[in-house]
Design a protein. Structure first.
Ligand code: FES
Ligand code: CO
Length: 339
């Protein structure tokens, strides 16, 4: 599936940038192949516009912000947060500003990030109850480009067969290749998937897992939010929770912005945020290296028979089917790269 070619994917919310980054001024982003500019409006709320001035097409992201407007860096035309042209500095004061605008996209702040939907959203952004629960702290972890497709990362998140191999240097056990089964319950937004796995617990992980035993169990109650967000909810035997949220935001067909943040029900004194970031970074390097070696064009039409499967691929197979159903419901067929 080529994400930029499937129009219905424009109707979902994606995390595009940490809201903090917009305090420095407007920022460019490419979402599903669409060039957008993000900036803070007069009320401090984020706005997303097409990154193109209607005068001579310059990228608005090369400009700056002035009292909640974005100023084009070429000749200074100003736009408000709805994309409407608000001021033309070359016009005498009595001359009316022409009724012109650059398209605006759905935009809001949530969980410390700016979220954008290019077309009318089919559903709200998923809820994370822990975000307003005082016993949890929120830790932003990564914001980085991976050379792969969003579906590859989603499938990898629910693939219990890769730990022993990809993560043999961290928590995987190479001599335990048999994957644990997932209990999957499909929902309107995607699915819930529960599993209990045993993982290696090297000393560096003692503070993260809350135990110094050589192995530990992870009770995982994960969620897939169609199409490209997931919740990885790990509970250790001590009751310690490690809840990773991701938006695999599609930049184009072969690149994603991996946005990852974490919730923990312990304190900075129990386990410093930097240790959690460093540990999860090490693990994601292992995933990134292998996923970037796969073909980014992930087939969702089972009739294509482009890949071989095994039982532990079931969560990914459900994703493929649900995405195929979504396309069909919206009158689309899968667009893929010619072999
Ligand atoms: Fe933007 Fe001229 S191109 S003001
Ligand atoms: Co992994």
């Amino acid at each position: 599936m080529l994400t930029t070619q499937q129009k219905v994917l424009r109707r979902f919310w994606y995390a595009v940038i940490p809201v903090e980054d917009l305090k420095e001024g407007p920022k460019a982003f490419t979402l599903l192949g669409e060039d957008i500019v993000l900036f803070l409006g007069p009320d401090g709320k984020p706005a997303a516009l097409k990154d193109r001035c209607c005068h001579r097409t310059a990228k608005l992201s090369k400009g700056w912000c002035k009292e909640g407007h974005i100023v084009c860096g070429y000749h200074g035309w100003e736009y408000d947060q709805t994309g409407k042209l608000a001021h033309v500095p070359q016009f005498p004061v009595q001359q009316e500003v022409p009724n012109l605008s650059t398209p605006a996209f759905h935009c809001q702040e949530k969980y410390g990030y700016v979220w954008v939907a290019l077309d009318e959203p089919l559903a709200p952004i998923f809820d994370v109850a822990e975000d307003t629960d005082a016993s949890f702290r929120r830790i932003p972890q990564f914001y980085e480009v991976w050379n792969t497709s969003a579906l590859r990362l989603m499938e990898n998140s629910f693939d219990n067969a890769h730990f022993a191999f990809v993560h043999k240097g961290t928590f995987g056990q190479l001599d335990q290749p048999l994957p644990e089964k997932y209990e999957i319950k499909e929902t309107d937004y995607g699915f819930e998937a529960e599993t209990l796995i045993t993982v290696a617990n090297p000393p560096i992980q003692y503070k993260i897992s809350g135990t110094d035993a050589p192995t530990t169990k992870r009770h995982m109650r994960n969620k897939w939010y169609m199409p490209f967000c997931r919740r990885l909810d790990i509970e250790y035997p001590s009751g310690l929770r490690h809840i990773i949220l991701n938006s695999a935001t599609p930049i184009d067909d072969g690149h994603i912005m991996v946005v990852q943040w974490l919730y923990r029900n312990d304190t900075e004194a129990d386990c410093p945020a930097q240790l959690l970031i460093d540990w999860d970074f090490k693990i994601t390097r292992e995933d990134k290296d292998i996923i970037e070696s796969t073909d980014f064009d992930t087939p969702i039409d089972m009739g294509r028979r482009a890949e071989a499967h095994m039982v532990s691929d079931k969560p990914g197979m459900i994703m493929r089917k649900r995405l195929m159903d979504l396309l069909q419901k919206h009158g689309e067929s899968e667009v893929f790269r010619a072999a």
